[in-house]
Design a protein around this ligand. Structure first.
Ligand code: SF4
Length: 422
């Protein structure tokens, strides 16, 4: 079912709403990057063998390390209600924490099977907290494919952390950057903020015992566009969101940093001095990609929720033509600044109707299509070059020094195809 509503910004594209079959990973996929970020956390999925296979194939790199995620597999007798799942879960957690003193935070992650048989993981986490606190903190969230697309797993995880963040009662305003960033990107941003006189803290922190405090004087800025639930949870704690575009590309990074600078009354000259070298590096690295990408048509299937900021970056900084941009959810408030920069010639869609989108894609014959793994092979077979959306989550792409790497993710499939055609 499709319907058309007006978008809030007069110059921004009209938003089409589509409902139908979707083709994306579930929220468990977020564990792949979240376990790297929170270094003393463990993610215990309460799920099925399918969930275990998904995690293992998405993050096979764990073979040589002490794993920091696993699946507590629900067997048939659990699903049939013949065993006390809570007792079994308590035993699994007790054994895990006894064997692994390095684990300081344990996430119980809900899945489709745990939701279908209605295991109450919120209550389980409360019970396990009483047993294991202060040795380890236990938190629950849902990564189930019934209700979560893959980046929503991170949103659910961070939102679950917010109620227990310490209270920041200081009267001076503080900055909180929200969203799991690669450590190298986080370090770069922390340095830039320090240079403009703003001390930044990051959610999630790298360790369980250094999660940031939050309070009425916290100003937070999102580093990822898919964190609506986390933003709401922070606002309930009194924190105020700094509206901004997202730090993708040189312009995106400059506008994102400027939003912080404005919120903390930093002089324009101070910001300019701190960012000029990074901007110059980013511009230089983008120039060679622009030659290859300018004028090329790009088509986005709904997947990562990064689609709108990426389309803005590719159009404005690399001269690409985003002909059709679909995103699973369009958080109009969080994306207002992005939408204002998107051309009204772009067809913008919220939701999934994969068959309709495939028809439009075939008709548009884009030079590049960004989609999930399941759609990539059939489209490639039809002669349409693709880029896997999930790579945009596994690769550091934010900030000046990653702008060239981000652009390269889009030039690489075209280069590969032209080599194959030689
Ligand atoms: S949570 Fe659901 S969609 Fe995700 S792997 Fe498990 S069964 Fe599949």
């Amino acid at each position: 079912m499709n319907e058309t509503l007006r978008s809030p910004a007069p110059d921004a594209p009209v938003v089409h709403h589509e409902r139908g079959q979707r083709s994306v990973f579930c929220g468990l996929a977020g564990i792949v990057w979240l376990h790297r970020k929170i270094q003393d956390a463990f993610f215990l999925v309460v799920g099925s063998r399918t969930c275990a296979h998904l995690l293992q194939s998405a993050a096979g790199v764990m073979i040589f390390a002490e794993p920091r995620f696993a699946t507590a597999i629900l067997e048939e007798r659990d699903l049939a209600g013949l065993a006390d799942v809570n007792d079994e879960l308590d035993n699994v957690v007790a054994r895990l924490l006894e064997r692994r003193p390095d684990i300081k935070m344990l996430f119980l992650v809900g899945s489709c099977p745990s939701e279908v048989i209605k295991i109450d993981l919120v209550r389980a986490a409360q019970r396990l907290n009483r047993i294991h606190s202060p040795r380890a903190k236990v938190v629950s969230y849902s990564g189930s494919g019934i209700e979560k697309t893959f980046t929503e797993g991170e949103d659910a995880c961070l939102a679950a952390l917010v109620p227990d963040l310490p209270l920041d009662a200081a009267s001076a305003p503080s900055l909180l950057v929200v969203g799991a960033l690669a450590d190298v990107v986080e370090d770069q941003f922390a340095t830039t903020f320090r240079e403009i006189g703003v001390e930044a803290r990051f959610l999630p922190a790298r360790r369980a015992d250094s999660m940031p405090a939050v309070g009425p004087n916290t100003k937070f800025i999102l580093a990822q566009p898919f964190l609506a639930e986390t933003a709401r949870a922070l606002e309930l704690r009194g924190a105020k969101r700094i509206p901004a575009v997202f730090p993708l590309g040189s312009e995106g990074t400059s506008l994102w940093l400027k939003a912080v600078a404005d919120a903390f009354n930093v002089q324009a000259a101070t910001l300019d001095a701190a960012t000029a070298p990074g901007r110059a590096r980013a511009e230089m690295s983008l120039a060679r990609h622009r030659e290859q990408l300018a004028g090329k048509k790009i088509f986005f299937f709904p997947d990562s929720q990064l689609e709108v900021p990426l389309a803005r970056f590719l159009a404005r900084e690399l001269g690409m033509k985003p002909v059709d941009v679909s995103t699973p959810y369009l958080h109009q408030q969080l994306l207002a600044e992005e939408l204002a920069l998107l051309s009204s010639e772009t067809r913008l869609n919220e939701g999934s109707a994969v068959d309709d989108q495939l028809d439009r894609c075939r008709e548009a014959r884009p030079d590049l299509t960004v989609c999930g793994l399941g759609l990539a092979n059939p489209l490639e077979a039809e002669g349409l070059p693709t880029k896997w959306a999930i790579e945009l989550l596994f690769t550091p792409i934010q900030g000046y020094d990653q702008a060239g790497d981000l652009a390269e993710l889009f030039t690489r499939p075209l280069t590969r195809r032209s080599r194959l055609e030689v």
